[in-house]
Design a protein around this ligand. Structure first.
Ligand code: NDP
Length: 258
């Protein structure tokens, strides 16, 4: 055995929510490249075709499932379907998420519920269903990775529902890690810094915003999706066997410097 083999995911079964584009798509392909078969989910099957093709092109199995994470009952059935199709479940990446900036004085109940239901409630019910599948079938123990955010740690104006959901997700990460450690299930989080995706594209159109943000990132550049691959493979694999309840920032040094 070489120490490098600790990062291998060969034979592992993973589920990535919100894998139709952006970070989720990249993470699904990254886990597959490390050897995992991957169930990929989004609100429509058709949106997942390109991710599935990428996974299959590297010789791993892709299971495509429609799963709206705001529907707790569907989280339960969807995760169970993924585990049945893959023959078990070892890794869950709670990536599905939405953001909509809004001054706090204008936030309506609908916006609050939509963001919290997607980013926090959905993550919990997927984790709950995954833990049952991992407990029942997983020979390797389980690893859950939640996509937190800089807003889990710092206050960002006009992002109060989003920041509340992501701070809650960090609290959930720690509490589940403590509760499920005896089950052999590790629960960790990644806090991406600034990555240009459909979710964040609106900010990047503003050159002043870009200049201001780059001044706050010690490495002097925005993240590229591939910057997140190593963190995900580490937290999904035996390389992090004694790490649980932690949130790993992947942010070019932003959080360390504020
Ligand atoms: P994108 O908007 O590019 O992708 C979001 C993904 O979530 C899509 O696959 C979308 O699928 C899915 N999704 C949204 N709503 C639902 C739902 N109700 N049920 C199931 N799937 C859903 O966003 P990013 O890739 O940028 O973000 C991914 C995660 O990373 C999010 O949790 C986000 O908060 C987090 N993050 C992102 C940062 C960034 O800079 N980009 C920074 C910090 C955190 P579809 O619409 O096809 O259903």
């Amino acid at each position: 055995m070489t120490w490098l083999s600790l990062f291998e995911l060969t034979g592992r079964k993973a589920l990535v929510t919100g894998a139709s584009r952006g970070i989720g798509r990249m993470l699904a392909v990254a886990l597959a490249s490390a050897g995992a078969d991957v169930a990929i989910t989004a609100r429509s099957r058709s949106s997942l075709a390109e991710t599935a093709a990428e996974i299959e092109a590297i010789g791993r199995r892709a299971v495509v499932l429609e799963l709206d994470v705001t529907d707790a009952a569907r989280c339960r059935t969807g995760v169970a379907e993924a585990a049945a199709a893959l023959g078990g479940l070892d890794i869950l990446v709670n990536n599905a998420g939405i953001e909509q900036v809004c001054p706090s004085l204008d936030v309506e109940e609908e916006l609050w519920d939509r963001i919290l239901d997607t980013n926090l409630k959905g993550a919990f019910f997927c984790a709950q269903a995954a833990a049952k599948a991992m407990k029942a079938a997983g020979p390797h123990g389980g690893a859950i990775i939640n996509l937190c955010s800089l807003t889990s740690e710092v206050g960002v104006p006009t992002a109060v529902p989003y920041g509340s959901s992501k701070s809650g997700l960090l609290g959930m990460t720690r509490a589940l890690a403590a509760e499920w450690a005896p089950l052999g299930i590790r629960v960790n989080a990644i806090a991406p810094g600034y990555f240009r995706t459909d979710m964040t594209d609106v900010f990047y159109a503003d050159e002043d915003w870009q200049t201001n943000m780059l001044g706050k990132i010690p490495q002097g550049r925005f993240g590229e999706l591939g910057d997140l691959a190593g963190a995900a493979i580490f937290l999904a694999s035996p390389a992090s066997a004694y790490v649980t309840g932690q949130c790993l920032p992947v942010d070019g040094g932003y959080l360390a410097s504020i």
